[in-house]
Design a protein around this ligand. Sequence first.
Ligand code: ATP
Ligand code: MG
Length: 239
Amino acid sequence: MNAAARRIGILGGTFDPIHWGHMDLADAAIRELRLTRMFVITSNVPPHRPQPLASAYHRFAMAAVAVLGRPAWRAGDLELRHAAPSYTSHTLGRFHERGFAASELFFVIGADAFAEIGSWHDYPQILEAAHFAVVSRPGFPVGDLSRRLPLLAERMARPPIDAVDKTDPLIILIDAPTTDVSSTAIRDRLSNGESIDGLVQPGVQQHIEQHGLYTSTTPGRRASDAPPIPAAGRLHGQD
Ligand code: ATP
Ligand code: MG
């Protein structure tokens, strides 16, 4: 691929489970920024934080199902290959090691999550590692961010942005409709025996039902039951 044409989206999340809001978020960034690739990278969760309900294996499997039929998308396992906490700055560093420039990378994030950027590992340097494509989430318009994060206001821009792959990293604000759903709401609905029709993709719903995720007490369904994932040397599926 011509290096000048690379515009790589990176969507990180716990994905417990992945749902239509995540897909809409990524689609909005692809559309507005003409991204050529979208990596959906499942995070591990540090031991001292509340653990996801589904194991990392099942969360990754659902992300892999979610990208089926989307040839430009990849489910990334790089954050699951290490026992260490998943820091986005380390993940972006792995992309730099693979030859990607910061200006070619677009970290895609909802406005609720970006509002907490000041508490992230390696803040503020992390803002130099990639563009941040910040998309509205129902109840979290991007228009509020310059007031909430005044120190960052001057880096904020709205598409269309000329030659975005040649500028210094920006915070790109995108207003787009996304499905009003959260993983928490889905887990709650499932544990109450309620339907999740239309909240996740059909294949993800099938995976959840087939394996009894979020309803079952069967050993092995919970993150805390799973054995640690062995560390491995190299990235797969990164190009
Ligand atoms: P939880 O309820 O477990 O926190 P979540 O639905 O918020 O789950 P996360 O895995 O926490 O999902 O979020 C991953 C990323 O997706 C974050 O950047 C978040 O802002 C974004 N996101 C999640 N749901 C939506 C949505 N409905 N619309 C836009 N962005 C979303
Ligand atoms: Mg969340």
